[in-house]
Write a protein that binds this ligand. Sequence first.
Ligand SMILES: Nc1ncnc2c1ncn2[C@@H]1O[C@H](COP(=O)(O)OP(=O)(O)OP(=O)(O)O)[C@@H](O)[C@H]1O
Ligand SMILES: [Mg+2]
Length: 311
Amino acid sequence: MTAMVEIEGLRKAYPGGFEALKGVTLSIEEGEILALLGPNGAGKTTLISTICGITLPTSGTIRVGGHDTITDYRAARALIGLVPQEIHLEPFQTVINAVRFSRGLFGKPRNEALIEDILRKLSLWDKRDAKTIELSGGMKRRVLIAKALAHEPRVLFLDEPTAGVDVELRKGMWDTVAALKSQGVTIILTTHYIEEAEAIADRIGVINKGDLLLVEDKATLMHRMGQKELRIDLQEPLASVPDGLSDYALRLEDGGRALVYAYDTQAERTGIARLIARLSELGVVLRDVHTRQNSLEDIFIGLVQAGEDAA
Ligand SMILES: Nc1ncnc2c1ncn2[C@@H]1O[C@H](COP(=O)(O)OP(=O)(O)OP(=O)(O)O)[C@@H](O)[C@H]1O
Ligand SMILES: [Mg+2]
C-alpha cells in the first residue's frame, strides 16, 4: 500500500493567532475512505482546505501523491477534487456547463460521455439545462460533487457532502462513493452523521479543537462497539465482588448495589446464564437486569467529552 496523502506535524494558526490545527500527523492510503468526525469548529474544514492548498499551513508538511502541496502545488492540486462545505455556484450558469467548465479548468479534454455519466449517477441529468439558481439546496450540493468528479481526481475531499441531502439521495451518494473507491479513488470526507461514517468509511478519524484524537479502522471500532454491558441491580449491596465469580470481568458500581459485566456480543458464549446461576448459588439476590450496547456515538461523545474535561 502506498500513502496517497501524507500529513506531518501540521499546524494552522489563523491571522489573529487562533490555532485551528495543533499538530496533525496522518497518512491516508491510496483507495482508502477516511471519514472525519468532530463537532462544529473542530478543524475539519481547515484540515481539508490546507491539504487542498486553499489555506496555507503555519508549519508542517503535506504531500499528495508524493507532491509537496507548497513546493509542487500544481502537481498536487491536479490530483485533487474538492467538494467544499460552502456552496458557491455561478447563478446563471447551467448545470452541465458548470460541470464541463470544471473539467476544462484542469486542462482535461472534453468528454461528454463522462459528464453524462456523472450527472446521471447524481440524479442531475434531468436538470442539466437548469440554471444553478433554479436548483434546491440538495441539488446544488450534488452539482458541487459533479464538478469535483468532472476532472477525474485521484483524491476526493467531500466536506459534509450529504448535509441537507434527503435520505434516499444520501444512500445514492454512498453508492457513488463506493463506486469511486472501486476505481481506486482515495476519499476523505467529513460528516456529522455517525451512521454515514459507519456505512462507508474504512477508517474513522475523530478531531476536536485542532487535535486528531483517534484514527482507527472501522472494523476495530465496530469490535469495540460489539462490547455490551450487563448491569445487575442487587437487592443488598456487596462490599466486594464475591470470590466465586473471579473468572468473570465484573465490577461493582453504585456503592456495591450493581454488578456490571462487560462481554463481547460476538463471542460464541457470553456466559450470562452461568453468571446468573452462580449468583443464585452464592445467595446473591437480584433486583433487576439491563443490558447496554456501546455505539460509535458513545465512543465519539466519550472522546470529545474527555477533551472538554481535560481543558
Ligand atoms: N478564516 C478564518 N479565520 C479565523 N478563524 C477561522 C477561519 N476559518 C475557521 N476559523 C476557526 O477555526 C476553527 C475551526 O474551523 P473549521 O471550519 O475548520 O471547523 P469545522 O470542524 O469544519 O466545523 P463545522 O463542523 O462547523 O464545519 C473554528 O474555531 C473557526 O472559528
Ligand atoms: Mg467545516
